[in-house]
Design a protein around this ligand. Structure first.
Ligand code: SF4
Ligand code: SF4
Length: 444
């Protein structure tokens, strides 16, 4: 166990945390809604193909989306009920993806379809690796920190990995999903990490957690005694410690090059909830059909941490938290730094949804912005050492080459620059436009 508190060296910022709204709220299950709309693309890659048709009956855990050609991850039913429609679903970014609507049978939501638990004791290293990667694929597990990269692909990487880090920094304000999981299920976090560590042949592992989660850190330190190759690592509270490159720098003092992944320096980073899902899939045969979501902000009556069946709507989650505390709060899906404001609350909760944050209008910063006053604060906080002010000026003047030369592609979309800007300039939105324009040009 390491008692030192580590941090990345330059840039970043302290954010108002607002985690106290939910950090003491245990995870409770959202009751199964009357229907769910389950997207067939809840992962980075291509949509999966429907494995069911209208009229079919399903259980919780029934496979409803087959893996497709290309990067994808299986999708399972989150409720027992009947398939009523194969349609599409709206996402927070305004796009639509194929989806399956299921009417829940309210009398039968206890049982669930599970895979056979894997007996991993006594397996050779090669057999262990194959069995775990197959199981993770069967269970439809993706990166649950928001990236949604299919985990079986990540685990099959051929990079030589010596260290696995579980990313428990959870540095976005309001969100307490990983905090609660580390408080309530610290042993499962270590178990999932240890499975990944053995699979990759890594000699060591860390569960990294910011010091603003003292109960979680205490639990991690207790459990670490049972896992000789894994330590709990405390991190200072600084945004964006949860960005992979900054996490690797803070924990191991290794520099991940721009446009490279942590694997290039021998590290694999997994989210807290992802390793819990891996442990569940291996030890209990459980597939991924729900996830923990923080519903918080001063605009919701009773902030909570909920275990939500995938495909339940944003409206279902808000209603279970006793609705809005004042009329028309700004509703953000994801964290307030990197999430998206939505106005259609039929949007489904997916494997990517870490939070539903309701901000009062005074809290919400997306209001009128003013001219740049050249204060340089955005440059000071940028953890990638970029000039967000100059970069966004180029983007807004259609000078894409200049924006790229200024470092557009190195931006990790952390939003720290926008947060500190005294003129409330929507820098993140502009950078997103610039990145989309650069991607469109590359694909031409
Ligand atoms: S420019 Fe990008 S990396 Fe730098 S602070 Fe802004 S969003 Fe974060
Ligand atoms: S923080 Fe805002 S006002 Fe200050 S230099 Fe950056 S963009 Fe301009």
């Amino acid at each position: 166990m390491s008692d030192s508190v580590k941090k990345f060296p330059i840039g970043g910022t302290h954010l108002p945390e607002e985690k106290g709204l939910t950090s003491d709220e245990p995870i409770i299950a959202l009751p199964v809604p009357a229907e769910v709309l389950i997207p067939l693309k809840q992962h980075l890659g291509v949509p999966v193909k429907p494995a069911v048709k209208v009229g079919d009956r399903v259980q919780r855990g029934t496979l409803i989306g087959h893996k497709a050609d290309g990067l994808s991850a299986r999708v399972h039913s989150s409720v027992a009920g009947e398939i009523t429609e194969i349609t599409d679903a709206l996402f927070p970014d305004g796009t639509r993806v194929p989806a399956i609507r299921i009417r829940a049978d309210q009398s039968d939501q206890e049982s669930e379809e599970r895979l056979e638990p894997i007996g991993i004791d006594g397996l050779s290293d090669a057999a262990f690796r194959d069995a775990i990667i197959r199981r993770v694929e069967e269970a439809g597990i993706v990166g649950l920190g928001g990236a949604t990269f299919p985990t079986h692909v990540k685990l099959a990487s051929t990079d030589a990995i010596d260290t696995v880090i579980v990313n428990g920094a959870e540095c976005e304000p309001y969100i307490t999903v990983d905090d609660r999981l580390m408080q309530e299920e610290a042993h499962k976090v270590f178990r999932g990490l240890d499975i990944v560590r053995r699979l990759l042949g890594a000699k060591q592992g860390y569960v990294a957690c910011e010091i603003n989660k003292p109960v979680a850190l205490e639990q991690l330190r207790k459990v670490a005694k049972d896992f000789p190759n894994i330590a709990a690592q405390a991190l200072d509270t600084r945004y964006p410690h949860g960005a992979e490159k900054h996490l690797v720098k803070a924990v191991l003092n290794r520099e991940v090059p721009i446009r490279a992944l942590p694997g290039s320096v021998g590290v694999l980073v997994n989210n807290v909830q992802t390793v819990c899902a891996i442990a569940d899939a291996v030890d209990e045969g459980r597939v991924l059909f729900d996830r923990v979501v923080t519903v918080s902000g001063h605009g919701v009556t009773t902030p909570r941490n909920l275990r939500v069946p995938l495909g339940a709507s944003v409206a279902n989650a808000i209603a279970f938290c006793d609705g809005e505390s004042e009329p028309d709060p700004a509703v953000i899906v994801g964290g307030p730094m990197t999430g998206m404001r939505v106005t259609d609350f039929t949007i489904p909760v997916t494997k990517a949804t870490s939070g539903i944050i309701l901000l009062t209008e005074t809290e919400y910063r997306g209001s009128l912005h003013m001219a740049c006053i050249r204060c340089g604060k955005c440059v000071e906080v940028c953890p990638m050492y970029l000039p967000p002010n100059r970069m966004t000026a180029y983007i807004n003047n259609d000078m894409l080459d200049e924006a790229i030369s200024a470092g557009l592609e190195a931006c990790i979309l952390c939003g720290a620059c926008q947060f500190v800007c005294p003129s409330k300039r929507p820098l993140l939105e502009w950078i997103n436009h610039g990145k989309a324009a650069a991607a469109a040009r590359r694909s031409r």
